[in-house]
Design a protein around this ligand. Structure first.
Ligand code: SAH
Ligand code: DHB
Ligand code: MG
Length: 218
């Protein structure tokens, strides 16, 4: 089915997304500079853009920048005075992202912080709350990142977590893959934490069979 999933994603992109020079240049620059092709798909990027706009987000937090493909979609959802903080472990990824964000004309709105996301989050004091949080980094830390999103958010903050299905891998209760263990720890946390309402939606398409968590801080 994989080819047909890709073909339908191509159809959706053709009908609803249109040509986008900055995003196309981002993907080719990422490839040229050796970044892995694990960005969200175009349709998923537009979904993030729409969710952030529906939330009326003025302050966005992203965990896991890579080359800034999802960052560009999210930054475009912000009003003129809106700001996005994005956290990235790898200095090379952050450098490539900076180029891509500049080309896309959104770098003034985006603050890339280099280092482990757990450290960067730990250094962030509760201030102006984040309205929207997109979590897409090392999957073993997802439960911790959601806890930090709650701490740095407010009642009504939207949280999206990428890659929570992994071709059904989430069902493997005795997996020794840290990413699966981390994803299951995330579901355990979500099922027990009274501070959130959450669901998860499976997806197929250019990124094969995967899914995302959508949650709202109560
Ligand atoms: N959100 C991006 C894709 C992110 S890929 C997009 O859709 O375009 C995951 C990124 O998380 C990688 O760049 C990886 O270097 C980064 N990452 C992995 N572990 C991390 C950590 N502990 N702290 C911060 N970033 C991390
Ligand atoms: C991986 C990470 C992602 O964020 C993604 O969307 C797909 C794959 C990975 O680490 O393999
Ligand atoms: Mg992802």
């Amino acid at each position: 089915m994989g080819e047909r999933w890709q073909a339908v994603d191509d159809y959706i992109a053709d009908k609803l997304l249109g040509a986008d020079d900055a995003l196309a240049a981002t993907l080719s620059n990422n490839e040229k500079q050796g970044l892995p092709p694990i960005d969200v798909s175009a349709a998923q990027g537009k979904m993030l853009f729409l969710l952030a706009q529906i939330a009326g987000a003025n302050r966005i937090l992203e965990v896991g920048t890579l080359g800034g493909y999802s960052t560009i979609w999210l930054a475009r959802a912000l009003p003129d005075d809106g700001r996005l903080v994005t956290l990235e472990l790898e200095p090379h990824h952050a450098r490539v992202a900076r180029e891509n964000l500049e080309r896309a004309g959104v770098s003034d709105k985006v603050d890339i912080r280099i280092g482990s996301a757990a450290d960067s989050l730990g250094a962030m004091a509760k201030g102006d709350p984040f309205d929207f949080v997109f979590i897409d980094a090392d999957k073993q830390s997802n439960a911790h990142y959601v806890a930090e999103a709650i701490r740095l958010g407010r009642s009504g903050t939207t949280i999206v977590v990428d890659n929570v299905v992994r071709e059904g891998g989430v069902l493997e209760a005795d997996s020794d893959d840290e990413r699966i263990v981390g994803t299951r720890a995330l579901f355990d946390m979500l099922s027990a934490d009274p501070r959130l309402d959450a669901t998860a939606v499976q997806t197929v398409g250019a990124k094969k069979w995967d899914g995302f968590v959508l949650a709202r801080v109560r």
